[in-house]
Design a protein around this ligand. Structure first.
Ligand SMILES: [Zn+2]
Ligand SMILES: [Zn+2]
Length: 280
């Protein structure tokens, strides 16, 4: 399929929710998905999207991974990503890009599943490489390029964790995804004019109800609706998609209204299995 699709596989956050799995977004360019993060339930969401006819590719196409940071809600699905598509017939290794520590994490996952790997390789010698992963640590600037897409990384600010935002430049347009971050000074210039901005957010209206400890934490590592409205005014994205929403009891409409009361662009609160298309 030609064009760029954004497939919201997991729009959730660390809090387990009935209708949202944790973080995972596929930016699919001409039918090749580039997965950003892999929380729990992401491979199952790919199967659901495929079976529902929302996407033409299946889990065996998951061979490019970009990790924003190593929090569990962005990485706990990594064993699933390595081994389930392998069972489904993936034959090529995964190329993984992300922060310092990602290679160690993936190495230890492979060690933890050594018995699974040994048995499956012995039983199915033709699928020798589909569980393997090649990891590269990213730095600022272009971190990946092929004939469909160029991917750029910008350092995010998520407290003590190394964290990255990513920008995907495709023939059909530009997609920026924040990962988890509080506002970063360089972000607006870097993201300006993107067709789609996918951004994490928490509710400014409900923030005062949080405990002092959580208020201190969230203001230090995440972005409020008020801050995001200010950012969006500078960036002017074609569409602003909210994900990793901390609603704290607000409805999706109320969360969107917290932003649109200060920003006149298009704002959508994304749900799992939402698909957004950019056409060349
Ligand atoms: Zn998170
Ligand atoms: Zn995080």
């Amino acid at each position: 399929m030609k064009g760029t699709q954004i497939v919201m596989l997991g729009s959730g956050c660390p809090n387990a929710e009935a209708d949202r799995v944790s973080s995972g977004v596929a930016i699919a360019v001409d039918g090749q998905p580039y997965l950003v993060d892999c929380g729990h339930g992401i491979v199952q969401r790919v199967v659901q999207a495929h079976d529902a006819g929302l996407i033409a590719w299946d889990s065996t196409a998951l061979t490019r991974l970009f990790v924003t940071h190593l929090h569990a809600d962005h990485t706990v699905g990594l064993p699933d990503l390595l081994y389930t598509p392998w069972i489904h017939g993936r034959e090529t290794p995964v190329q993984a890009y992300g922060p310092a520590g990602l290679a160690d994490m993936l190495h230890h996952i492979q060690l933890a599943y050594a018995e699974n790997i040994r048995e499956h390789r012995a039983a199915h010698p033709s699928t020798e490489r589909g569980y393997q992963v090649v990891t590269r640590e990213v730095g600022e600037g272009c971190c990946y390029q092929d004939e469909r897409v160029a991917v750029y990384a910008l350092r995010a600010d998520h407290g003590d964790l190394a964290a990255w935002s990513y920008k995907f430049v495709t023939g059909a347009g530009m997609v920026v995804i924040s990962g988890d971050s509080k506002p970063v000074a360089a972000f607006a210039d870097w993201a300006r004019g993107c067709d789609v901005l996918i951004h994490e957010v928490y509710s400014s209206n409900r923030f005062p109800e949080r405990s002092p400890e959580w208020r201190a934490y969230h203001s230090r590592v995440h972005t409020s609706t008020r801050e995001l409205a200010t950012l969006a005014k500078e960036i002017r994205p074609g569409r602003l998609l909210l994900y990793h929403q901390l609603f704290w009891g607000q409805t999706a409409d109320e969360l969107v209204a917290e932003i649109t009361s200060n920003y006149d662009g298009t704002v959508i609160s994304a749900n799992d299995l939402d698909v957004f298309a950019l056409q060349a």
